[in-house]
Design a protein around this ligand. Structure first.
Ligand code: ZN
Length: 165
């Protein structure tokens, strides 16, 4: 079976940054399982996997616009020191999780700490980077009607084994 919208795809992958350092990998873990066609993986990888059969392996160079986006200079913010929880000493390189005004989660990195202010970067840590992605398609099956309705994979979905090839 080939990768297409409304199919559940299991992949093994290794992502390297421009310097060749591994930034994420399923090596030593279970394959990553997702519902294809719902932007649950970065767009450049989802597009490349479309139409590929189970067992295929791909090596991709994925530019920032097809990965985690370009860096937004406006996402570097100067916050008052008192915006941080009492008793917490932010340090350069620390990651904090917060909610934006629209309720969406955002992770930001501390760039600089001064007595009254803290400079943070709300860009995704991989924003602006071209990534080298090695991906192997472990299995492809049809999603159940319920999975398509929910737009996510159910770990306990009952599927006939003939769909797993
Ligand atoms: Zn569900």
């Amino acid at each position: 079976m080939r990768v297409a919208k409304d199919r559940v795809v299991a992949i093994d992958y290794t992502i390297r940054d421009v310097s060749g350092e591994i930034v994420d990998t399923t090596s030593g873990r279970r394959p990553f399982v997702y519902l294809h066609g719902y932007e649950q993986i970065v767009p450049g990888v989802e597009a490349a996997l479309t139409g590929m059969p189970a067992g295929a392996a791909l090596d991709l160079s994925v530019g920032p616009r097809e990965a985690y986006g370009v860096r937004d200079p406006k996402a570097v913010l100067v916050l008052p020191r008192k915006a941080f929880p009492l008793g917490q000493e932010p340090e350069v390189g620390d990651l904090y999780r917060a909610n934006k005004a629209d309720g969406k989660p955002v992770v930001f990195t501390v760039l600089d700490v001064a007595p009254e202010t803290v400079v943070v970067d709300a860009n995704h840590p991989l924003a602006g980077q071209t990534l080298q992605v090695h991906v192997e398609i472990v299995s492809v099956r049809s999603a159940t009607a319920e999975e398509c309705r929910h737009e996510h994979v159910h770990a306990d979905a009952v599927v006939s084994t003939s769909q797993l090839a």
